[in-house]
Design a binder for this molecule. Structure first.
Ligand code: SAM
Ligand code: SF4
Length: 328
């Protein structure tokens, strides 16, 4: 039994949001006052998350990304990681984090064989970072960045490219890859900010980001990436690290999509842009067996929309929810 959609795409990757809570307030993700968080009882429990992951891993899911909100805000998240690491069907467990709460946990992450950390870092300038995140935690996050870089964990930096805010730092981020074995990934900003479209004066899409980089370097080498990679990857010759661009909003990567998402309240999403298909938590709390869950997952994935535009058109309302409820 496996998860196959009607376009022949095989699902092997789960993005699981472990909470909708966050300690930061990034401008592109949520309003200053935060979002309406749900009651704790509505969040999936760790036991439920463990079960969902195990059932999915029996259907061929071998890679999990834990995200949020901020995953490390949830109590006992590190213990949850340890229990997940016992699932030998999972080849990769990765985490997306803002890094503000993890400097004391890096040893644990190495011990649990976490594969990669995606650290969100949108500016290398303390004051600008505080403006973007609306919190004064730059020194802490940068310190974590340096510790992670020295650790055995694979490190990717997520940089949301924000018009008029951090586009002047794109080259500074590339220069970070000169002597550091990291992958910097520039993400197109999307309207998932909890209040609808932000006023974006100039669209910084894949093409514009790449053009800027090409205008600054004589040679930008394209790299071969896995078919299902979210980013299109490049390197500057002789630089230790690499960089990539994630065409998140222009959606040119849907053909090779291998992922599904489950939000912190158990909403199953076939696509980042759909409005959610069904609530796994409710089925579990109503006593569904593992076999029933498997059938549900198989049937749902079969109807995965062909691409993000079709998914968005089918949802009937504009995308405006905060990314912290979806998990990115
Ligand atoms: N709190 C963690 C973090 O920030 O890394 C994990 C959750 S966050 C929602 C996951 C990723 O989504 C982060 O890299 C963040 O930068 C990205 N993200 C959030 N809102 C976005 C938006 N409107 N457009 C593009 N990326 C966004
Ligand atoms: Fe929090 Fe991550 Fe959203 Fe920033 S991007 S507000 S760190 S969930």
């Amino acid at each position: 039994m496996e998860l196959l959609d009607k376009f022949g795409r095989k699902i092997t990757y789960l993005r699981l949001a472990v909470t909708d809570r966050c300690n930061l307030r990034c401008q592109y993700c949520m309003p200053a006052h935060g979002i309406d968080i749900v009651d704790r009882t509505e969040l999936l429990s760790y036991k439920e998350m463990y079960r969902i992951t195990r059932v999915l891993s029996e259907l061929g899911v071998n890679k999990v990304r834990l995200t949020g909100g901020e995953p490390f805000v949830r109590k006992d998240f590190v213990n949850f990681l340890e229990s997940l690491s016992f699932n030998d069907k999972l080849e990769e467990i990765n985490i997306t984090t803002n890094g503000a709460l993890i400097s004391n946990h890096i040893d644990d992450l190495e011990r649990f064989k976490i594969n990669a950390i995606n650290l969100s870092l949108d500016s290398l300038q303390k004051e600008k970072f505080a403006k973007i995140t609306r919190r004064d935690v730059f020194d802490n996050v940068y310190d974590t960045f340096e510790k992670l870089e020295k650790s055995s964990l694979k490190l990717k930096l997520n940089v949301v490219v924000q018009s008029g805010v951090n586009t002047d730092e794109i080259i500074d981020f590339i220069e970070l890859t000169k002597n550091k074995d990291i992958a910097v990934r520039f993400i197109e900003e999307m309207p998932f900010n909890g209040k609808g479209q932000r006023d974006i004066s100039e669209v910084w899409n894949f093409k514009k980001i790449l053009n800027l980089i090409k205008n600054n370097y004589l040679d930008v080498e394209p790299m071969l990436s896995k078919k299902s990679s979210t980013s299109v990857n490049f390197r500057i010759p002789n630089y230790q690290g690499t960089f990539g661009i994630i065409p998140a909003f222009t959606r040119t990567i849907c053909n090779d999509c291998d992922r599904i998402r489950i939000t912190s309240t158990g909403l199953f999403k076939n696509c980042l842009f759909d409005g959610g298909v069904f609530n796994v938590r409710d089925f579990i709390r109503n006593g569904a067996s593992d076999d029933e869950l498997k059938q549900l997952f198989i049937d749902t994935v079969h109807h995965k929309p062909e691409n993000g535009f079709i998914a968005e058109a089918a949802r009937g309302n504009a995308v405006s929810e905060s990314m912290s409820t979806i998990g990115g």
